[in-house]
Design a protein around this ligand. Structure first.
Ligand SMILES: *Cc1c(COP(=O)(O)O)cnc(C)c1O
Ligand code: SF4
Length: 335
């Protein structure tokens, strides 16, 4: 007999897929039919921040194209090793806003929980590539200090699960955390910042939709896609499931040289997001993290792109261009 417990103990398909992500630069190059000349630099750059790409995401990359915009986001390059003035290890001042382990309270009304250091994909431009996760993540299920902090401050109306990627955690653990949070009367919203519905859409399975759909808290999922080609049929299905569960879907992107730094790319991205039921929220100017300088677009260039897409798209498909500044009361709008 298959008991309910036995079903719950089965490894969900997404966890098996997560474990089978490509982490060896040599395998990545073979699968994408790319030149072995890329291997040396990729191996070297991967020693400071390893390669990680889920196979469903890799399948959307064009074979034989080293400039593919999806590949550029994950392929370690020699450029990462070049020191660049102004690019350092904690560009957004996160470590100063940690109030208890795992809780960043930077902005009024909302706190951000770094629930895990793990991600399904390693994005080369990520400001968390140097984040000291070992200190930031409460060991396994030790949420008491975080819950106590939130319960003691009734100005906190929204809790953001972030990381790392919170959806790399099991649904049992996430549901338990969400249920503890919704026992706190002043918490109204649960927001999840995740790239999984994009890079590993099968993460959005029945188990996830079940607990999300039953929350008292209003749920907001902010996905992260940077290019229209990231949004395929499986992503549409994942987003449709989330919408059915009553979730509000938003997207944040990072403006990246060589990936989405053209008006066409940004307009196509907004259109592709909307067709999947997702509204563009933020377009981030790159955080100036060591190793990511080659992705930077100047503020003047970014503003020019915004003017172009503003002239081409309905207002609700134009994301807000923002930058994170240490110590500021919110994301800075670049207008
Ligand atoms: C970005 C961020 C938030 C959320 O900001 P919104 O403008 O509400 O999206 C909250 N806390 C921290 C620490 C952040 O970096
Ligand atoms: S998924 Fe998000 S947190 Fe993880 S590496 Fe990519 S940008 Fe960074």
């Amino acid at each position: 007999m298959i008991t309910r417990t036995a079903v719950l103990r089965q490894t969900p398909a997404w966890q098996r897929e997560l474990a089978q992500a490509v982490t060896d630069p040599a395998e990545l190059l073979v699968l994408l039919q790319l030149s072995p000349d890329l291997l040396g630099p990729a191996r070297t750059a991967a020693t400071s921040f390893s390669l990680r790409v889920p196979r469903p995401y890799l399948a959307r990359m064009r074979k034989g194209d080293p400039q593919d915009p999806l590949l550029r986001q994950v392929l370690p390059l020699a450029e990462e090793l070049q020191p660049a003035p102004g690019f350092d290890h904690d560009p957004v001042g996160d470590q100063a806003t940690m109030v208890v382990p795992g809780v960043l309270h930077k902005y009024q009304g909302r706190v951000l929980l770094t629930v895990t250091g793990a991600c399904a994909v390693h994005c080369r431009y990520c400001f968390r590539r140097h984040f000291p996760y070992a200190d930031a993540n409460p060991a396994s299920d030790h949420w008491q200090p975080a819950l106590g902090y939130i319960a003691a401050d009734d100005s906190i109306h929204e809790v953001i699960l972030s990381g790392g990627d919170p959806l790399t955690l099991s649904d049992q653990r996430l549901a338990a955390l969400a249920r503890s949070l919704q026992e706190i009367p002043h918490v109204r919203r649960l927001r999840i910042h995740t790239r999984l519905p994009i890079v590993l859409p099968q993460r959005v399975d029945a188990l996830l939709l079940d607990w999300l759909g039953r929350l008292r808290l209003k749920a907001v999922v902010v996905v992260h896609a940077n290019h229209a080609r990231e949004i395929d049929a499986a992503v549409h299905t994942a987003c449709a499931g989330l919408l059915d569960a009553g979730v509000t879907l938003l997207n944040q992107s990072v403006l990246l040289r060589g990936v989405n730094d053209s008006a066409d790319a940004l307009a196509d991205l907004s259109e592709a997001l909307f067709s999947a039921g997702v509204l563009p929220y933020y377009l981030h100017q790159l955080d100036r993290v060591a190793g990511a300088a080659h992705f930077e677009v100047s503020d003047a260039g970014a503003r020019a792109l915004m003017r172009e897409i503003n002239a081409r798209l309905p207002g609700y498909l134009v994301p807000r261009l923002v930058r994170e500044i240490a110590g500021a009361p919110g994301k800075q709008w670049l207008i």
